[in-house]
Design a protein around this ligand. Sequence first.
Ligand code: ADP
Ligand code: MG
Length: 446
Amino acid sequence: MLTCDARETWIQFLEFAKKRCSLTAYENWLAPIKVIDSSAERICLEVPNIFVKAYLLDNYLKDLCSFLPVTSEGEPAIEFIISDQTNHKQQLPQRTVSIVAEENTEFELKLNPSYRFDTFIEGPSNQFVKSAAMGIANRPGKSYNPLFIHGGVGLGKTHLLQAIGHHVKEHHKKLKVQCITTESFINDLVNSLRDKSVDKMKRFYRSLDILLVDDIQFLQNRLNFEEEFCNTFESLINQNKQIVITSDKPPGQLKLSERIVARMEWGLVAHVGMPDLETRVAILQHKAAQKGLSIPNGVAFFIAEHIFSNVRQLEGAINRLTAHCRLLGQKISEELVEQTLSELFQTRPKQKVSVENILKTVSTMYEVRVSDLKGTSRKQNIALARQVAMFLAKEMMQESLVMIGASFGKTHSTILHACKTIENKIKTDKSLRDQISLCRRNVDQS
Ligand code: ADP
Ligand code: MG
């Protein structure tokens, strides 16, 4: 009977791969792999580190399946031994059950109960990062490692990080997960240095299956702590344990050692951006519903149009509105929103806006002349453009209606009427809303 040992097919695979990658890639990645053991059903490979394993599986999974024996799940039947890890194991003392119990109580996992995947609203700016986070939560240590999430303040990084924690806690009960801020890591380290219990702390962190680290930017300029963090990081990665990191900037912009930056860039670097208008509205509605508040769509758009740089501010707006409605027993209306949230709305640079800028932008957008905007023509497209210009003037300029009216050669009641008309239309007319947003951005930048 002709049985083929996997060792032979491995050699055939190497021949095959050699023709498909550069010589350097071959020498760096494939040549160092050693066959430790093999049979017709499986092969055992020793790789120098986890990255070589990842490289092999990421680039050659299909080919491995056609050359090597496969498991019943259709995956190549390879057992990996990581040589780093074998060395490491020898250095680490054997841990006993009692240590686990003792350490678990001391390093309790604290998560915000509302930071879960199902409360995280998805939109184009965060879809990718959310699905990467979910991928990791489902298969920790088996996909991207580390996952590095970066983006501005208040855009949901901590929310996603903790959502991974919740998911793992519920779906992989045996895995040991810890979620820390970089600051608490530093504090733990300082305390354990004081109590002479550094070894215990190191043992704890290095025994984790999943380490979630929030706000790594705080490790910058903390040289002594950087080294310990780096050791923990490498020890976990080498053991194929999952690490997820958040930061306010991408790895390359962090003032940390090249070694750690390179390691952080190794896995998947994902950006979380500011949600677009529609997503902001969905977030508002969701947060309001959680508080038992129902916001009319028009009002939600109105708030989301004005708060555009930070999801935390959207939450602040909802909290303030809830308080007002409850305390004063008022219904939510645009007037109430303007009264209660006007301070939050001041983030837009209003002072520099002039009527001329608005007229110029609107005339370009609607392809009408500036003189038409100031004139009296009732042609539909001109009349609409004029109303949009008036609406924007009222919104963007800190001027009275009378003054704005004067710049258009109209009375203040004409301006008021125009504003009401547009406000009503944009509640249902998405394309008008988009046109106005575009004009607004142009005026802001001019
Ligand atoms: P970061 O860590 O990026 O500064 P957080 O994760 O603390 O931001 O998010 C700030 C607040 O905004 C949190 O209360 C969070 O629940 C909320 N948030 C951010 N993005 C979303 C989203 N896409 N869906 C729901 N809530 C969000
Ligand atoms: Mg955060």
